[in-house]
Design a protein. Structure first.
Length: 353
């Protein structure tokens, strides 16, 4: 069992493949024995020192994908297929207890939604950190734990005195940043942040974003996966963005392309329904996406966005639509070519002028 733990993370400057997910499929089984197909054959790659954003509306499967990527399944979530390759090792078939002991926290760390409520209100922050280290079999003295935690907190711009406070003594933004700091106490290779800036004021959001970027820049984490429903937010945080809809990835592009030049009709509609301050998007007219997402208990055949798409054709509901790879490491899930989609958007823009 390890007895030493330092903040020396070594060289994290090479763009090695850190995490690869291949055709991952997971589902929920309800108490009525109904299957809810929340993640359907999702594939992604995250390189060392890089960040990936995953965007989509509520209920599209983002949080389920986050849980599924860690390889730790407990009812009602069930693994049904695919692979999770962490630095060349397939962890999708590992025993849950082994995953909990050797993967979670050490290799892959997770910041859940409403993370501010994850802290025990009856224990000081330092006591919580002691529990985390002991649960992962790092048996250090109380003084060693305190010095390690203080060094980490101060590196991330958090005052050392926070360690001796109870959660109730911290503001919402400070609690969120504290949870983030605790989540990286074991220097994970991959950090998955699920809506880490939600429910915070603008100033606190900015501090959380700055902290996450600092984790990457200092090498305290190897790579970052940032999940949110706010697509424009990812432009300032991540290198690449994937847009998710009804359990599937419908678009993959670099951050600039995904925000300023989306291809898939859903990604285009998602951007068009959000108020954003970025230059070049201020004059875009807001337009809600009509309809509602499909029921994932019985996903429709063909394109899952077809019922809400303004460009739909009969074949959209009949053909099993695959991700279409195009130059520039981009991909989108649609039967139309890139030229056809751009023509649709140009005609629509002309009509709206």
């Amino acid at each position: 069992m390890p007895k030493d733990l330092t903040l020396d993370v070594g060289d994290r400057t090479k763009d090695n493949l850190m995490l690869e997910v291949r055709e991952l499929t997971t589902k929920y089984i309800t108490r009525y024995n109904e299957n809810v197909y929340a993640v359907d054959k999702v594939s992604l790659k995250v390189e060392e020192t890089k960040s990936l954003g995953i965007a989509g509306e509520s209920g599209c499967g983002k949080s389920t994908l986050a849980l599924s990527m860690m390889g730790y399944y407990f009812p009602p979530l069930h693994y049904t297929g695919g692979e999770i390759i962490l630095e060349g090792r397939n962890i999708s078939g590992m025993d849950p207890d082994d995953v909990r002991k050797s993967i979670l926290g050490r290799e892959i760390a997770y910041i859940p939604q409403s993370a501010m409520n994850a802290l025990n209100p009856t224990r000081k922050i330092i006591n919580f950190i002691e529990d985390v280290l002991q649960a992962h079999e790092f048996y250090l003295s109380k003084n060693e734990i305190y010095e390690r935690a203080r060094t980490l907190f101060e590196t991330l711009g958090l005052p050392g005195e926070v360690l001796q406070k109870y959660p109730v003594e911290l503001s919402g933004g400070m609690k969120q940043r504290t949870v983030i700091a605790i989540s990286v106490i074991l220097l994970p290779k991959v950090l998955i942040a699920d809506e880490p800036s939600s429910a915070l004021d603008v100033t606190s959001q900015k501090m959380v974003i700055k902290m996450l970027k600092q984790l990457l820049e200092t090498g305290l984490i190897g790579s970052l996966i940032f999940i949110t429903h706010e697509l424009p937010l990812l432009y300032n945080v991540t290198d690449d963005i994937m847009v998710m809809y009804a359990g599937q990835i419908v678009e993959r592009a670099n951050a600039k392309q995904a925000v300023f030049d989306p291809l898939h009709p859903y990604a285009k509609g998602l951007m068009g329904s959000i108020i954003v301050p970025e230059s070049g998007l201020r004059d875009v007219k807001l337009a809600a996406i009509p309809g509602v997402p499909p029921n994932l208990k019985n996903p429709p055949s063909g394109c899952r966005f077809a019922e809400r798409c303004k460009f739909v054709r009969p074949e959209c509901k009949a053909i099993d639509v695959k991700l279409h790879e195009i130059p520039g490491n981009r991909a989108y899930r649609c039967i139309f070519s890139e030229e056809q989609l751009r023509d649709f958007y140009a005609k629509e823009a002309k009509q709206n002028d």
